[in-house]
Design a protein around this ligand. Structure first.
Ligand code: SAM
Length: 345
């Protein structure tokens, strides 16, 4: 198989017919060629820069019951927590000192965080740190709510579509959650003016290669600024406890394919990649990712935001170990920069 030819066509056209995409997704022989083509394109667009985002996991309370997720509401074994506004501002203050210029507030869909509560937190961060980007990852809300968060000063929003195939979506989620609504939320966010991030899990239960191609096609339609993917990882207290965790190399191939299809995108080398392999983060960067999101949450809650088994909260994962992280990134051939790191479209 002439993988070089297929990859060159992808590089040139930012697109391929479905059959060629499927071939690349499934072929281990393409690993190296894909990564080096993706690296060439990432360097053209972003040089060797790696942007860092300070992740504040502010609540693991969630009203949803996604079958794959460790903080689903039916998991009675999860020890729940919620950070106060003061806790969150402390995280930002520590992060700012450490050089972070983007704060990512991520949490379960926790009803305590009403629009009023969210807007108060967002506007406080905005007033204290006018030079920083505020990213939200708080799930599905109404267009009015998203507009209120934007008006309060949030700039970016991460909402993975998870899978762009209806029947696959309904195998991963209970009936009260739908792909239609997920997509509607994403388009609302775009209309409002957020920089939008979406993405999916690789090797989630029942996923086929056709599903992954549909994910790529949906991203072409959405044209997101940020794309986050990671392997599905089993969690022992979920209905998917007996499924295998996802493949490292398939995830890396998809990171490279995404870089070639969306040269401008901000693509994180995710915690899930770092969890399935000790060098997963570095491998993600070498495959075309250009963002890392260390954890700024207070130490006492880090172990509790357990989306999947063995989620890492090692030293390099922690935002306070920024120096260690810088060395790791350098060892992979890149450079951490302190900048807001907006999308270069
Ligand atoms: N509630 C918000 C939402 O739905 O976007 C943000 C939090 S949610 C826990 C963040 C992401 O974690 C999800 O988009 C999902 O892709 C990922 N995730 C959850 N469980 C996972 C698992 N078992 N393996 C890998 N990723 C998982």
């Amino acid at each position: 198989m002439d993988f070089l030819n297929i990859i060159n066509r992808l590089k040139l056209n930012r697109d391929l017919p479905d059959e060629d995409l499927k071939l690349l997704i499934d072929s281990a022989e393409a690993n190296e060629l894909l990564a080096s083509a993706a690296d060439e394109i990432r360097r053209k667009n972003y040089a060797d820069e790696v942007y860092i985002r300070g992740l504040v996991e502010f609540s693991n309370i969630c009203k949803n019951n996604c079958y794959y997720c460790g903080i689903r509401c039916s998991n009675a074994k999860a020890v729940r927590y919620r950070l106060s506004k003061e806790d969150i501002l402390d995280c930002c203050s520590e992060g700012y000192e450490l050089g972070f210029r983007t704060f990512v507030l991520q949490g379960g869909e926790d009803p305590h965080f009403t629009d009023e509560v969210m807007c108060d937190i967002i506007s406080s961060i905005r007033n204290l740190y006018p030079d920083c980007a505020i990213t939200l990852s708080v799930g599905e809300r109404s267009k009015e709510s998203y507009q209120a968060y934007f008006n309060a000063g949030a700039n970016r929003f991460l909402l993975r579509h998870e899978t762009a195939t209806d029947d696959h979506y309904s195998r991963l989620h209970p009936d009260d959650l739908s792909l239609v609504n997920r997509k509607k939320c994403l388009f609302h966010l775009k209309e409002i003016g957020f920089q939008v991030g979406s993405g999916f899990m690789v090797d989630s239960p029942y996923q086929t290669t056709e599903n992954l191609v549909a994910d790529l096609r949906f991203l072409q339609e959405l044209q997101p600024d940020m794309i986050g993917i990671g392997p599905f990882i089993r969690h022992e207290d979920t209905p998917f406890a007996n499924f295998e965790s996802g493949s490292l190399y398939k995830t890396l191939r998809l990171v490279s394919i995404l870089r070639l299809m969306f040269p401008y995108a901000l693509i994180p080398s995710t915690t899930a990649l770092g969890t399935i392999h000790s060098q997963g983060r570095e491998m993600g960067l070498r495959a075309g990712a250009n963002v890392v999101m260390p954890n700024l949450s207070p130490k006492r809650v880090r172990e509790l935001y357990m989306l999947y088994d063995n989620k890492i909260s090692t030293d390099e994962e922690a935002a306070e170990s920024v120096e260690k992280l810088k060395k790791k990134v350098e060892s992979a051939g890149y450079r951490v920069v302190t900048a807001r790191g907006d999308v270069k479209k």
